[in-house]
Design a protein around this ligand. Structure first.
Ligand code: G3P
Length: 250
C-alpha cells in the first residue's frame, strides 16, 4: 500500500485540523483537496454500538452538546452540531460515522484509524471497526494505530494484513512504547511524538525493517527535518503547509 505514495506520507491529523472542525467530513474533504496522502481519524463507539469519529471522551469541546460519548446513542449524537464551535461557516457539520468517512475518502487515499476507546477499553471497538472494514473491503487503504497494545492485538488477530502503528506518548510516558514495547511487539510502525524522535531512533526502527510515522509536524522546519531523518510519514494539522514544504503539488 505505501509503495503508491511518496515518502514521507502526509496524513492530515483529524483532517485539515488547522482550518476546519476536526474529525468532520468537511475537514477530511478539505485535507484531500489540499493534497494530503490520507487522513488520520479517531474512532469510538456510541452507547448503541455504532462506530463514530470523534477525538475526546466527551462531546463538550467539539460539539454544542454535553456528556460522555458512551452516554450518547447514535441518534442523540447526530443531533449535535460539530462545526459551529470552530466557525459558523461549518454550522450543521455532524459527528460522522466511520462508514461515511470511508465513502467520502474513496479508495485511493490512506486512512489511519486510531482506536481511541481509552475510557472504555473493553467495549469491542476494534472488532466493530474490523467488521466495517471487511464489509467495505477497503483493507488496502487502512493503517491502525492506538496507544493501547490490546486494541492492536485484536486488530492483528482479525485483519492481520492491515499495518499497525503503536502510538507513543511524548517524554518519559512513552519510553516503554518507544523501546521494548515496540521492538518486541507485532507492529509495522512506531508512531512517536515529534518531541521524542531523533535520527538515531529512526535508524534503529529502520534496522528492524519497520516504519516511523511522527505526530504532529506543522511547520516547514519540522517537516523538512523529519524528511531529512528519513521518517516514513508525518501527521500534520496543516496539510497544505506540508505539501508545500515537501515541494509537492505544484
Ligand atoms: O495519530 C496521531 C496522533 O495525533 C495521536 O494523537 O491527537 O489523534 O489523539 P491524537
Amino acid at each position: 500500500m505505501f509503495e503508491n505514495f511518496p515518502t514521507p506520507i502526509i496524513l492530515a491529523h483529524r483532517g485539515d485540523l488547522a482550518h476546519a472542525p476536526e474529525n468532520t467530513l468537511a475537514s477530511f474533504a478539505q485535507a484531500l483537496q489540499k493534497g494530503a496522502d490520507g487522513v488520520e481519524l479517531d474512532a469510538k463507539l456510541t452507547s448503541d454500538g455504532h462506530v463514530i469519529v470523534i477525538h475526546d471522551s466527551t462531546v463538550d469541546r467539539t460539539t454544542n452538546g454535553k456528556g460522555r460519548i458512551q452516554s450518547h446513542s447514535l441518534e442523540s449524537i447526530r443531533q449535535l452540531d460539530a462545526g459551529t464551535w470552530f466557525n459558523e461557516k461549518f454550522s450543521g457539520e455532524k459527528v460522522p460515522l466511520l462508514e461515511e468517512v470511508f465513502e467520502l475518502i474513496g479508495r485511493d487515499k490512506l486512512i489511519n484509524i486510531e482506536l481511541t476507546n481509552y475510557a472504555t477499553p473493553r467495549d469491542g471497538l476494534a472488532l466493530k471497526v474490523c467488521e466495517l472494514i471487511k464489509r467495505h473491503n477497503n483493507q488496502k487503504q487502512i493503517i491502525f494505530s492506538s496507544f493501547f497494545p490490546s486494541n492492536l492485538k485484536i486488530a492483528a488477530n482479525t485483519l492481520p494484513e492491515i499495518p499497525r502503528g503503536l502510538l507513543a506518548m511524548p517524554g518519559w510516558m512513552g519510553v516503554w512504547a518507544r523501546s521494548f514495547g515496540f521492538m518486541f511487539g507485532d507492529y509495522q510502525a512506531l508512531h512517536p511524538h515529534i518531541s521524542s524522535i531523533s535520527q538515531q531512533q529512526v535508524q534503529r526502527v529502520h534496522r528492524i525493517k519497520r516504519r516511523v510515522h511522527v505526530w504532529t509536524a506543522n511547520t516547514p522546519t519540522e517537516i523538512n527535518q523529519l524528511k531529512e531523518w528519513g521518517v516514513d510519514g508525518i501527521f500534520t494539522d496543516d496539510p497544505q503547509t506540508a505539501v508545500r514544504a515537501l515541494g509537492r503539488g505544484g
